[in-house]
Write a protein that binds this ligand. Structure first.
Ligand SMILES: Cc1cc2nc3c(=O)[nH]c(=O)nc-3n(C[C@H](O)[C@H](O)[C@H](O)COP(=O)(O)O)c2cc1C
Length: 332
């Protein structure tokens, strides 16, 4: 999986976003080379969530899937990894980055980064137990990017099969800057492939990031919610071809498909609109005018679709950039 000639393009794990329906939708736009599951919560009484197992067994992307776990108890993580590796997954991944207070206060996800010795013990136990590939997805540290030096020396001890680096600290949440120089450091330190993650939003920037870090691939999350065309655009860019931009009508068709993915999860109209806002909070940043402002206030299907038609019924190309990039371009 990590040995091919081209950079690997991975869809990031995103709780309550990257489910089976979203994988299928993204696959229809060219898709990722590899899909990470939402995390399986691991504790003393946990069993792997059926919903996520179904995504593993029922997806039709034809691409490898990596099962991610979050937890802090070596024995429980080993127990769960042994179950998960019986499913058709290419690797077992450990989450060392979730910044949600409810998670990190329990010393799981990003919270573990404050306890490097515990990480050492967990990686040792999992490396022994996992017969298939074993990977880690980490942030740079809890409070400071300088914590990464120590963490890297621990990761390097455990024969990982890949390391994904989301180049922010836990304390940073999703704020800029992303410390891409630390990804380069990981590439230079680790024997395994390193996947770069954080704020990838355009094909040109993706290519530049691959070059500047030397990473084996890119993992992209919110950029793909914003634009499922992004993976294919990056492939075009890397082949030296012109990058195709979606039009307003293409974006409207994508939003309609997203709407359909939520239909079975929200039967009440207002709830359906609310679920869509989770996606459109990202995508809407890339639509000029008061589109997002109006979408956030929509409560009926009729309203929601009327707003989409009003702003997206056109053939102009759309770059679908995040808000901070648009602000930066306006300044330059
Ligand atoms: C809604 C949401 C849910 C997420 N859930 C997970 C998760 O389950 N596991 C994980 O490792 N990271 C999770 N992340 C972090 C992403 O995988 C990724 O590291 C982060 O969004 C940065 O990449 P991006 O800038 O390309 O979005 C989540 C992020 C978002 C926005």
């Amino acid at each position: 999986m990590f040995d091919g000639p081209s950079p690997i393009l991975a869809l990031a794990p995103m709780q309550e976003v990257t489910d089976l329906a979203f994988w299928t939708l993204v696959h229809g736009y060219g898709g990722a080379d590899v899909y990470w599951t939402e995390y399986f919560r691991v504790h003393s009484s946990s069993t792997p969530e059926t919903r996520i197992l179904n995504a593993i067994t029922r997806h039709t992307t034809g691409r490898p899937v990596i099962a991610q776990m979050i937890g802090n108890d070596p024995a429980e993580l080993v127990r769960t990894a042994k179950i998960l590796q019986q499913y058709p997954v290419a690797a077992i991944d450990l989450n060392l980055g979730c910044p949600a207070p409810i998670v990190y206060r329990k010393c799981a996800g990003g919270g573990l980064l404050r306890e490097p010795e515990r990480i050492d013990a967990i990686l040792g136990a999992l490396r022994d137990a996992v017969q298939i590939k074993f990977t880690v997805k980490t942030r740079l540290g809890f409070a400071s990017p300088d914590e990464f030096d120590r963490l890297l020396s621990i990761f390097a001890k455990h024969s990982l099969d890949a390391l994904t680096v989301h180049a922010r600290t836990v304390a940073q949440m999703y704020r800029l800057p992303v410390h891409y120089d630390r990804i380069r450091q990981a590439v230079e330190t680790m024997a395994c492939p390193v996947i770069a993650n954080g704020h990838v939003h355009s094909a040109a920037q993706a290519q530049q990031l691959l070059t500047s870090t030397g990473a084996r691939g890119l993992m992209i999350g919110r950029g793909v919610i914003r634009s499922p065309w992004l993976f294919n655009q990056i492939r075009q860019q890397l082949r030296g071809e012109p990058v195709t931009q979606p039009t307003g009508r293409d974006v409207a068709t994508y939003i309609r498909a997203l709407w359909d993915t939520q239909a079975s999860l929200a039967t009440v109209e207002k709830k359906h609109c609310d679920r869509m806002k989770k996606f459109l909070n990202y995508l809407g940043e890339g639509v000029p005018g008061p589109f997002l402002h109006q979408i956030r206030r929509s409560e009926t299907a009729a309203d929601f679709h009327r707003i989409c038609a009003e702003f997206l019924d056109h053939d102009e190309p759309m770059a679908l950039l995040p808000a901070e990039m648009k602000a930066e371009m306006a300044l330059n």
